[in-house]
Design a protein around this ligand. Sequence first.
Ligand code: ATP
Length: 454
Amino acid sequence: MPETQDVVTMEKIVALCKRRGFIFPSSEIYGGLGSTYDYGHYGVLLKNNVKAEWWRAMLQEHDDIVALDSAILQHPRVWEASGHLAGFTDPMVDCRTCKQRFRADHLGELQCGQKPSKHPGEAEQCDLTEARDFNLMFETTVGPVKESGSAAYLRPETAQGIFINFKNVLQFSRKKPPFGIAQVGKSFRNEITPGNFIFRTREFEQMEMEFFVPPAEAGRWYDYWKTERHDWYVRLGIRPDHLTLREHDPDELSHYSSGTSDVEYLFPIGWSELEGIANRGDFDLTQHTEYSGEKLEYFDQGSGERYVPHVIEPAAGADRATLAFLVDAYDEEDVDGSQRTVLKLHPRLAPVKVAVLPLVRKDGQPELAREVTDALKRRFQTEYDESGTVGKRYRRHDEIGTPWCVTIDHESLENRTVTVRDRDSLAQERVPIDELVGHIAARLAADWRSPKLG
Ligand code: ATP
């Protein structure tokens, strides 16, 4: 397996995202707010495609999973029952000299305020406190008056919203384990050491699914979801040798988990978690039964069978997955003596599927290009682009990962054909305008494999 990434660095990804309007540092005109980001046009389209592929894999390709969208604010007791109020902590140390706070278990990877740059605790002047636990939950107040009993928390994960709706979903869906509930939404963690662009932020989006199974089947379903989730990334073009499944050691496991595996990706910062798949047993339903007094179990009226299902949880991050797709797609190449930067994204993930480019802004070409754009945009995210030389427009669309550029030239006006340029192979094919929508649809539906695999 490769040890380091190829040409790509985090700096290059950050620069491309800013330059091409994928992702901007948030509140920039006020000097920025650490580790918060705003998604621009292409970033929204890309992340939406990532989430849509996840929903598709869950809801369309499985008929035993249903959707949920629960509130970000939940009853404070939810977080007592889940263990987050007591246990969702990181050990922290403060430095009395530079007044910075660090995660005690990450000291070796962090930079301290001292120059030349050192790890916290290494310089003579460093004066670290003992490690103390710091809760990662964001607290807020419900209602106009801050008083006791008005405290609430922004959810640190979407999973608990699923557990507290177990009974509702069971009743309406008449499902029988094994079945799953899936949710995508924002989560908030007061991370002590956020960083590495959108890899770790305090506000982020999760894609989580809780799969409820008969206790005896938990092992089998745990194995199933590990493979399924690993393969989802591969199907969407991530190079398999840059992806791995890592089983947690027993001392890494949460107290409720009898098995956890991480899908890890080779980010520019090294191998890091992309998604976690956990075998959570009956911990969550049992806790919420105890704290709420509502029985959360499966009861089969026909057979009289009754049990608390066990839970397998694949938990992914939409932003972290977006970053992995960007990193894996990024490439720099020499084309005809000049350099191009290109995002070799899976066409289904690409923000724009087709760009329509009139070669010149006269002779009826823009009008025909508009007609072609109108036909394409009913089916695909299409962009009409007439600014600058055609070479510049190709480069721009290479950088945002547009898989196909349709060029309108003088011949197009004579015989109603256009050229379709392929982002990856650079091959150009002449296609009749009347067949163009079908042509693009077929290419979008075709199997795709990263050209970086050779
Ligand atoms: P890590 O070990 O990186 O802190 P975690 O094990 O705490 O992650 P989970 O609670 O399992 O993460 O959350 C599931 C997924 O949510 C992670 O695999 C990741 O993709 C995403 N995620 C978690 N925390 C963040 C964050 N601060 N910023 C962006 N994504 C996150």
